[in-house]
Design a protein around this ligand. Structure first.
Ligand code: ATP
Ligand code: MG
Length: 449
């Protein structure tokens, strides 16, 4: 068992802390799992006479046997002192300064211990709703621990004696695979609503459960997420869906009622799609994304958002068509409308929203077989992504087998595919199959697939 060093001490933020030191022989973290550059930073700071710890997600991930992507360091040194010790150091951030120590492509982020207290200097400001706007006061390691979000994220590893320091019971929580907010959950969510998303994301990533006291307020407070900075929500979405845990994250969002806040129009479309085809397609796409990440294959935000907003797009398209707007115009307007609405919560940059729309708009082209159009469709820079998207739609509705077979062949040998198509068409001139395809060509985005 970890050794109890200090008993509970009164704390400015009202969170009781008690230091437990978990010695090297009682935890699995070894220097082999830590980036050589992060170790370099830790040793150097220590030689400079400062306290320095590996902290946050890296310690948590190492404890559960994971391989952290980035390594954050917390230190008693001020940013200027850090800069003094490292030639390859940049200071970033205007009010709260952070040091980035740069080793080629790896950046070790070094943050001075900071506190979550109001010392009257005006360096910390709260929004009326309790939202934290600035957080700029240096503090002790204990202060630094309690201003973090989850106990599992507040563990400090030191190369002094390779022990882990735990002020908030995080070691025990990691062992029990529990995510628990530090302090009063409602207050912590009000300070920063993105923590609700982090709870869902980290639970999905780590296969942890969210402690009921931390999970319960989410249903009630989820709406606050709509006020979070859209750029931050975009970043969180990428972490949530492009790190190999998209399916679990999506299910977590649904379970905690956050889907409707993040993607209101898609959530509404999914809820009213009685056949469940839209959800099937979405889940199939997310599963595919997870498989690609696991295989180290590239994944694209444009494709991801095409998937996440497809239900919204289908719904908008049907509404426009019901108003009598003709297909090509309706498609363009639906794509623009959905993108514009979504931007109010999630800042999807244009370099992703444009290809996302192209993936949608290309779907109708897959029903068109005129030679010139076929050649143009295949040459489109988004052809491959749009074709993969079509394959997903097939997984949900089984309506696109013919199109898939044609385009599969056409991308390798368009002339041969067209010749085959022509002979099929001639043979079946009167068959209903062909007429059905013609009718369908205007409704390529029907929610059925
Ligand atoms: P990931 O595996 O996604 O990197 P992480 O926990 O490392 O997860 P980061 O965004 O890298 O997430 O944050 C690093 C650390 O900073 C966290 O472990 C936590 O201690 C602290 N932190 C991050 N976001 C918040 C927040 N919104 N509120 C309080 N502390 C936070
Ligand atoms: Mg991290």
């Amino acid at each position: 068992m970890p050794t109890d060093i200090e008993s509970f001490s009164a704390h400015p933020s009202d969170v009781p802390t008690s230091l437990q030191i978990i010695p090297r022989d009682q935890h699995p973290i070894s220097r082999k799992g830590i980036s050589a550059n992060a170790l370099r930073v830790l040793y150097r700071l220590r030689e400079g006479g400062h306290e320095a710890y590996l902290v946050g997600g890296a310690v948590r991930d190492l404890l559960v046997g994971g391989h952290p992507k980035d390594f954050d360091v917390a230190t008693s040194a001020t940013p200027e002192e850090v800069k003094h010790l490292f030639r390859n150091c940049r200071l970033i951030g205007r009010r709260f300064r952070l040091a980035h120590v740069v080793f080629g492509r790896e950046i070790i982020e070094v943050a001075t211990f900071r506190a979550n207290i109001d010392d009257g200097s005006g360096d910390r400001e709260l929004h009326e709703g309790g939202r934290l706007l600035r957080d700029n006061v240096y503090g002790s390691i204990e202060d630094d621990a309690v201003r973090r979000d989850f106990t599992a994220n507040a563990l400090y590893y030191t190369v002094d004696d390779f022990s882990v320091r735990d002020y908030v019971g995080g070691f025990e929580d990691v062992r029990n695979r529990v995510l628990r907010l530090i302090g009063d959950p409602e207050q912590r969510y009000r300070e920063d609503p993105v923590r609700m998303l982090r709870a869902v994301r980290l639970a999905a990533k780590l296969d942890f459960r969210i402690d009921p006291a931390s999970a319960d307020p989410i249903a009630r407070l989820g709406g606050l997420l709509a006020e979070a900075a859209p750029a931050r929500l975009f970043e969180e979405c990428l972490k949530m869906f492009l790190s190999g845990h998209a399916v679990a994250s999506f299910e977590g969002l649904e379970r905690h009622g956050l889907l409707a806040t993040l993607f209101p129009e898609s959530a509404a479309a999914l809820a009213s799609n009685r056949s469940g085809a839209l959800r099937r397609m979405l889940m199939e796409g997310l599963r595919g994304t997870d498989v690609r990440v696991a295989a180290d294959e590239p994944v694209s935000p444009a494709f991801l958002f095409a998937l996440l907003l497809w239900p919204a797009y289908c719904r908008a398209l049907m509404a426009l068509q019901a108003q009598g707007v003709h297909a090509p115009e309706a498609q363009r307007r639906a794509a623009d409308r959905v993108t514009l609405h979504q931007l109010t919560t999630i800042a999807l940059p244009r370099r992703f929203s444009l290809p996302m729309q192209e993936i949608w708009l290309l779907q109708t082209r897959f029903t068109q077989r005129q030679r010139k159009r076929v050649v143009r469709t295949i040459a489109h820079p988004r052809f491959r992504a749009a074709f993969d998207f079509l394959v997903l739609r097939q997984a949900a509705s089984d309506e696109h087998a013919e199109d898939i077979a044609f385009w599969q062949a056409a991308q390798h040998d368009p002339d041969n595919a067209l010749a085959m198509q022509e002979s099929i068409d001639e043979a079946g001139e009167q068959e209903p199959r062909k007429r059905r395809r013609r009718r369908r060509s205007t409704g390529a985005a029907s929610p059925a697939g």
